[in-house]
Design a protein around this ligand. Structure first.
Ligand code: HEM
Length: 410
């Protein structure tokens, strides 16, 4: 008796095969962005498991080479000394960058193709939660080596969390174990980074995938022309799974080349935490928030009842990202349709949505640019003008060009 038959008699594989494995997957390169995000998550879990074998989640001082150093810092030096330790740590680091970038690009694809509309509103919302949880997990990862860079970067995040009126102290307690850095901070951040946030991500990704299988993908535009009303695509097994396996292997190959060639976050270069604050910038995906914080004067304060106040840190670090997040949450309810969406919408047919997206991207670019305020020697006034007028100009120019080229379609 074949293994398949043996398993089929017990697990009813034929039913599973018909129900899930024959699902049609559309063939279009833009649909791989979600998969690259998924590959990054799998890689992060696997390399992360390796890192937990050597990492010590404690900032207590221990003796190392005649010096008193934080245990977490010393344990990362130990991981680096293991065979392939440094490369695997580097791969973990780059996979986190790729996951954030791929999730963002995947979101952009959904946005400009209108795939957030009925019936996929729930997956859009789950996706936003996934993007948020990914960024928070990556941020916490930075705190763990407990070197001069990570302590300073975490302090910026701590300041932003604590600035939330009324609940700031509670946020600081839950995330950082009290006033950062205390001895309780690293165990707390470690538990969030290796257990609670990955579990949350796994659960969210699981539901995201189940809903996607149940609702089926939006169909690429060519499907409407080739076979209107039919679902076009390759079956999950064996074709889509083979393509995904190949893509995953290619992804791993490229990632290991990058990880081996460019060692990420060499902690001996940053050194253990010192009393002086090193000049550093956050990673690219936080640089836009850092840029906004650079140009909001610290004098911007609004008193609130019961002794609370709105500070510049809260405006730049929570309020502005929060407003953008809220708009994203409301989007599928503001821009929706009565019938279920089957085919992707072409960005060129929706000049308003596409041009607003371009304007927003320019907002992120200019805010990121403001992160180099000191180095570029630009005044706050000039940066404010740029932050307001460049995105508006980009939006208008894109809108007018699209209407001119493609004509009115919306
Ligand atoms: C961070 C982790 C994420 C993972 C691992 C993930 C994974 C995937 C995968 C593999 C697909 C199917 C292939 C594709 O359409 O690209 C998909 C579809 C989808 N995702 Fe995500 N995604 C994530 C984040 C997001 C985000 C940030 C959003 C938007 C806010 C989002 C919204 C959607 C929607 C609406 C679909 C259905 C698209 C369609 O049918 O055309 N996802 N996701």
């Amino acid at each position: 008796m074949s293994v398949y038959k043996w398993l089929d008699e017990r697990l009813d594989l034929d039913r599973l095969n018909k129900k899930f494995l024959r699902k049609a997957f559309p063939v279009h390169h833009s649909f791989f962005l979600g998969e690259i995000t998924l590959f990054s998550f799998i890689t992060l879990v696997l390399t992360g498991i390796f890192l937990t074998f050597g990492y010590e989640p404690s900032s207590r001082l221990v003796k190392h080479a005649g010096e008193q150093l934080p245990a977490a810092y010393v344990s990362v030096l130990y991981i680096d000394s293991l065979p392939f330790g440094r490369v695997l740590r580097s791969v973990h680091h780059w996979a986190a960058h790729i996951m954030v970038a791929a999730a963002f690009l995947h979101m952009l694809r959904i946005l400009i193709s209108g795939a957030y509309k009925k019936p996929r509103e729930i997956n859009w919302l789950l996706g936003l939660a996934l993007l948020g949880a990914t960024v928070v997990t990556a941020f916490i990862g930075y705190s763990l080596p407990f070197d001069a860079f990570s302590v300073t970067a975490t302090q910026i995040g701590y300041g932003i969390g604590k600035s939330i009126p009324y609940i700031g102290d509670w946020v600081a307690q839950v995330m950082f174990g009290g006033e950062y850095p205390t001895l309780h901070s690293i165990p707390r951040l470690y538990s969030l980074h290796v257990l609670w946030l990955p579990l949350l991500l796994m659960a969210l990704i699981g539901v995201h995938m189940l809903i996607m299988i149940k609702q089926k993908h939006t169909q690429p535009k060519y499907a409407e022309e080739v076979a209107p009303g039919k679902i076009l695509g390759v079956p999950l097994a064996p074709m889509q799974l083979s393509v995904m396996t190949l893509l995953f292997l290619l992804y791993l190959g490229v990632l290991f080349i990058i990880g081996g060639a460019i060692i990420a976050h060499p902690i001996e270069v940053y050194g253990p935490p010192t009393t002086s604050t090193p000049a550093l910038k956050p990673d690219w995906y936080f640089l836009w928030i850092y840029g906004i914080l650079q140009i909001i004067p610290s004098s911007w304060k609004i008193p609130l009842p019961f002794g609370a106040e709105i500070t510049s840190e809260f405006i730049g670090g929570v309020l502005i990202p929060g407003i953008l997040g809220l708009i994203a949450v409301l989007l599928p309810f503001l821009d929706n349709r009565k019938t279920k969406m089957r085919y992707v919408e072409l960005p060129s047919h929706h000049p308003m949505r596409t041009s607003v997206t371009v304007g927003l991207l320019f907002f992120f670019f200019v805010a990121t640019f403001a992160g180099w305020k000191q180095e570029l020697n630009l005044s706050v006034g000039v940066l404010w003008m740029m932050l307001i007028f460049v995105p508006i100009t980009a939006w208008l120019v894109t809108y007018v060009l699209m209407r001119q080229i493609y004509g009115p379609r919306e």
